[in-house]
Design a protein around this ligand. Structure first.
Ligand code: MG
Length: 426
């Protein structure tokens, strides 16, 4: 930090002798040049301050137009950022301390300072002032950050937090100081191992980064991208931690929507063909490794669907597809996977189901479809479904084999007059 080589001093002192002592002492300083402007009242100080900028003020608190701490407060009001050094008498030490509490940068006892100590006191006051200004700048920068920022001591207790942190968590500053972040935002969604590994990294003196689910004051959970950096003192000892938090809930939500879009059929909410084929691949591979439990496959196709579209319009066609999807979901077991492959074509994967179970489920779907109806403008709309049933076999090399068998069973169901279930016969 550099100090100006010329320091502009405003000396406010009504005693001629005291004022001269100060000026003589300042002239004797060898390191730096002090340029002193002397006034003997607050009113004259105000006039000077309106004309030029000073680096520091030396202030006698007893003046003809003001006395006591009021003098200090008046000067602070006139020039809030100007460092003020109070000049006080021998008997006024307590008073001097009160002045410090009220914003005086330092104090000097009249007649009790050398040229060196006077010069040093002024230079320290200027340095502190510059440090304060820099601090204010840093705090303003941290406050302006969109990310939540907290500073904790070595024990993890919060010493400072910016307003973004308060906004993020819903807590007021007064509620968080002295608390550990975990006391405030721990959602219980991460286990003890997670935190153990996090602390291992931080206590090694490294920055930890990761995603974490935390809890707001309201109890709502949110996703946060968190980095925690240790701060060391000049001896290398970790004294503080800085946590920077970004709310990534919206991004996470978007990711999950995109994930869902990629996996589901938007009309019916069922899985799409890609997910179905992936699951079929997994089950086929599992069966090839250990043929312990069977897997069956249904291929379903709505009968005469084109007629529904032609006679009642595409909106009605869509309603039928949604109606059938709902009926299917209500009929299958929780472990089954139902998908819309495209158009009016659906498929269901039945893990653990043998031939009889699979046919049973298929017949239930077929019956319920035929007996239920869709409310329509005139009469309720009835529709039916044809279903082909096949099993995934141990020697199936790929998913095509089982899909083909189920497809040809479906073809038989259609050929035999529709609205029925057919089992694949080679
Ligand atoms: Mg006086």
């Amino acid at each position: 930090m550099s100090l100006p080589n010329k320091i502009l001093v405003l000396l406010i002192e009504d005693d001629l002798g005291d004022a001269q002592l100060v000026q003589i002492a300042l002239r004797q300083s060898s390191q730096v040049q002090f340029v002193v402007t002397w006034v003997d009242s607050i009113a004259k100080a105000q006039a000077q301050l309106s004309e030029m900028v000073f680096d520091v003020a030396l202030l006698d608190l007893s003046l003809p137009d003001s006395a006591g701490l009021a003098t200090l407060l008046k000067l602070k009001q006139l020039s809030p950022r100007l460092p003020i050094i109070t000049l006080t008498g021998h008997s006024d030490i307590e008073f001097a301390l009160a002045a410090l509490e009220n914003g005086s940068a330092d104090y000097l006892v009249k007649g009790d300072f050398s040229p060196d100590s006077l010069s040093r006191t002024i230079r320290y006051a200027l340095q502190r002032n510059e440090l304060d200004a820099r601090n204010r700048l840093m705090v303003a920068a941290l406050e302006a950050a969109a990310n939540g920022i907290i500073i904790t001591d070595y024990n993890g207790k919060i010493e400072w937090a910016n307003s973004s942190f308060c906004h993020l968590t819903g807590y007021e500053t007064a509620e968080i100081l002295g608390k550990r972040p975990g006391d405030l935002v721990n959602s219980g969604k991460q286990n003890a191992d997670f935190y153990k590994q996090m602390w291992e990294v931080i206590l090694k003196g490294e920055t930890w980064r990761g995603e974490i689910i935390n809890k707001r004051k309201s109890g709502d959970l949110y996703h946060e991208e968190l980095s925690i950096a240790p701060v060391r003192d000049e001896y290398g000892k970790v004294t503080h931690f800085i946590g920077i938090k970004e709310d990534i809930s919206e991004r996470k939500q978007l990711e999950s929507v995109l994930q869902q879009l990629a996996h589901t059929d938007s009309l019916t909410g069922l899985y799409n063909r890609r997910v179905f084929v992936e699951r079929l691949e997994q089950e086929t591979a599992r069966l090839a490794r250990s043929d312990t439990s069977p897997i069956s496959l249904l291929m379903l196709d709505l009968d005469h669907f084109k007629r529904i579209n032609d006679n009642f319009g595409h909106a009605m066609g869509d309603s039928v597809l949604r109606h059938f999807a709902k009926l299917m979901k209500e009929t299958i077991r929780s472990i089954d996977l139902a998908a819309r492959l495209g158009g009016e074509e659906f498929a269901i994967l039945l893990p653990g189901a043998d031939k009889n179970e699979a046919i049973g489920i298929a017949e239930r779907i077929c019956r319920q479809t035929a007996s239920s109806a869709l409310p329509c403008r005139t009469d309720p709309l009835h529709y039916t479904v044809s279903i082909g049933v096949a099993q995934v076999l141990v020697h199936d090399r790929n998913t095509e084999a089982a899909l083909h068998r189920a497809d040809s069973a479906l073809y038989s169901a259609k050929a035999n007059g529709r609205n029925q279930v057919c089992w694949f016969e080679p």
